[in-house]
Design a protein around this ligand. Structure first.
Ligand code: ATP
Ligand code: MG
Length: 386
């Protein structure tokens, strides 16, 4: 009897020390949740998990879903059989191509198996050669490698390829952060990067309706939904900045617009983070990308908050950010041409090197700015996405 299985590998890094069970349980729960609705069983063994008892027609679906689970580093589709060497050899012969070079690489976690790894390699190699005389053994640069994994539970798995997965740490093991999610390319990537390290994510989007359209807000919702594939139960908060932007526009010098808007965004974000139990903010800034992302600008916007602000894209080039956006599936959505609230009342010459003194001077021209912030927060709209 043989059948198909999917082997799941996870990093060793966090499996040491006291937190081992915590990390593993989180990962198990995420895998179970992700595969809900697909008929299959997951065997959670020591050091490796195995998906079994599924129909071949759903294999692709299972793999696609597992690719979205942080903490899984790679998977392999494998054939399963018992300990009997004839059975193993039959499967190995079925799997190997008819010509070219090959090697057998076996691994024995069941140490009582009567043959050691080297003996398994040699015996299987010989039988494969007998069945397929056009093949040649090449231990160093084979064109085909068949891996044989002899497990403790009576199973032997044979596989020939490995699919790289998301890696990182199980979602939810790294605290909780509030992502400032625009409709652009960078912020979804920033959220993904932090989620990959185990941080659970809530998102906050600012709009300037009616200056920005419903479609612009929908784009942020759609992006948050794509992130939801990786970030279970992500929710999106939406807040209108319209009144604040009008107040800045009516009272302050035009070239301070972006800097002042960003300071309001950060203040509001910190308050929303408090409401959602988030210990930090996350944004998609990349050093020098635009005027509001110089060291001076970041200093001035960062000055209004006192929780950590993570900027995982800060040292990345745009093309590196785009590569990730394409990989995680947000890029196509991000480049849809809807306006962002930052483009409302956009000055011709935004400040590149603002100073705190001057910015505070401009801000002081808005006399009821705490009231403005409170009103914006009172209009908070929460969208549950998954
Ligand atoms: P992105 O591609 O993420 O939109 P960007 O290059 O357009 O980034 P900015 O517009 O300067 O850069 O925004 C910098 C960061 O500020 C964004 O990455 C995002 O985290 C946050 N941000 C900008 N606009 C919004 C918004 N409308 N709602 C929430 N956060 C925003
Ligand atoms: Mg933007």
């Amino acid at each position: 009897m043989s059948d198909n299985v999917i082997l799941i590998r996870f990093g060793e890094l966090y499996l040491k020390g006291k937190n081992k069970d915590y990390f593993e349980n989180m990962l198990k729960n995420h895998i179970t949740d992700k595969l809900r609705g697909i008929e299959c069983n997951v065997f959670f063994g020591r050091g490796r998990y195995v998906v079994k008892d599924y129909d071949a027609s759903v294999e692709y679906n299972i793999i696609s879903r597992l690719k979205h689970v942080f903490g899984i580093h790679s998977i392999s589709t494998a054939r399963r059989c018992g300990y009997d060497l004839d059975e193993i050899a039959d499967l190995a012969i079925q799997m190997t191509p008819n010509s070219g070079t090959f090697r057998v690489t076996s691994h024995r976690s069941y140490k009582k198996y009567p043959l050691n790894s080297l003996q398994i390699n040699m015996q299987l190699g010989e039988r494969i050669l007998q069945a397929k005389p056009n093949l040649q053994v090449d231990l160093h640069t084979p064109s085909y490698t068949i891996n044989v994994d002899v497990r403790e539970n009576g199973d032997v798995y044979l596989y020939d390829s490995t699919i790289k997965c998301a890696g990182g740490m199980p979602y939810g093991t790294g605290g909780k952060g509030l992502l400032l999610l625009s409709g652009g390319i960078d912020s979804p990537v920033a959220g993904y990067m932090m989620a990959k390290r185990g941080m659970s994510i809530a998102a906050l989007h600012f709009h300037s309706y009616p200056y920005t359209s419903e479609a612009a807000k929908q784009k942020a919702i759609d992006l948050a939904k794509i992130l939801g594939e990786y970030c279970p139960s992500i929710k999106l908060a939406c807040i209108s900045l319209t009144e604040i932007q009008e107040a800045i526009h009516n009272n302050c010098k035009p070239n301070y617009m972006i800097t002042l808007v960003r300071r309001f965004m950060m203040r509001i974000a910190q308050k929303i983070a408090g409401k959602f139990g988030c210990g930090c903010l996350i944004n998609g800034e990349s050093l020098g990308q635009v005027a509001s992302q110089t060291l001076e600008s970041i200093t001035v916007t960062n000055a209004v908050v006192d929780i950590p602000v993570f900027r995982p894209c800060i040292g990345m080039d745009k093309d590196e950010i785009i590569d990730i956006a394409e990989n995680i599936g947000t890029f196509k959505k991000s480049i849809e041409p809807y306006e962002d609230c930052c483009t409302v009342f956009l000055p011709e010459f935004p400040l590149i090197k603002p100073t705190i003194d001057k910015v505070e001077e401009q801000e002081a021209r808005i006399n009821d700015y705490n009231e403005l912030i409170n009103r914006a927060i009172a209009g908070l709209e929460i969208i549950q996405l998954t």
